[in-house]
Design a protein around this ligand. Structure first.
Ligand code: FE2
Length: 186
């Protein structure tokens, strides 16, 4: 949590307490991004099976995207006069995700865990967007976090499609209670 002693004096129309609130949200998002970055890289290394090459390459691409995203969170904290979390202990303190050290998973389970983490980050960011706008009046960060949420929605969709694909029957039916019937010929 940013404190008065670490908050630089800048005059951009936000109170110190508004900036502290926003910086805290950004540091949580930065830490969640860092944990997800580590998990994505670990699965890039560990994955085996028929989908090896596709997932190995996809996770390298998503690792690069997450790396850029983390950099942008940290630099936005600096733009607001604060300091980003930058230690492993700090990331573990701020993150809302959990690590799964020691588990060697099937490719499907790796995908499922990453989907769950992306979805948690999306829920967190949706709430952070509302808080940034309603409580802290920081429309710049509101816009920034909205873009981040959309990027995670895209990454989650790409991953989710692997799992959904395995569940689709040859006749195109999706065996799920939540599945919506697809009209014939559409
Ligand atoms: Fe690699």
């Amino acid at each position: 949590m940013a404190t008065k002693s670490t908050l630089r004096a800048i005059n951009i129309g936000l109170t110190d307490s508004e900036r502290e609130g926003v910086i805290n949200l950004l540091n949580v998002a930065l830490s969640d991004g860092y944990l997800l970055l580590i998990k994505t890289k670990k699965y890039h290394w560990d994955v085996v099976g028929p989908q090896f090459l596709t997932l190995h390459q996809l996770w390298e691409e998503q690792y690069q995207m997450l790396s850029e995203s983390i950099d942008e969170y940290a630099e936005r904290v600096r733009m607001l006069g604060g300091y980003p979390v930058g230690t492993a202990a700090g990331f573990l303190q701020y993150t809302t995700l959990t690590e799964d050290a020691g588990d060697i998973l099937s490719a499907t389970d790796m995908v499922a865990r990453l989907v769950a983490d992306h979805e948690q980050i999306i829920r967190n960011l949706r709430s952070a967007v509302d808080q940034c706008s309603d409580d802290f009046h920081d429309e710049g960060t509101t816009d920034f976090l909205t873009g981040k949420m959309e990027a995670h929605e895209a990454m989650a969709w790409m991953l989710r499609s692997f799992i959904e694909g395995e569940a689709v029957k040859p006749n195109g039916q999706i065996p799920s209670a939540n599945a919506v019937a697809i009209p014939a010929g559409v």
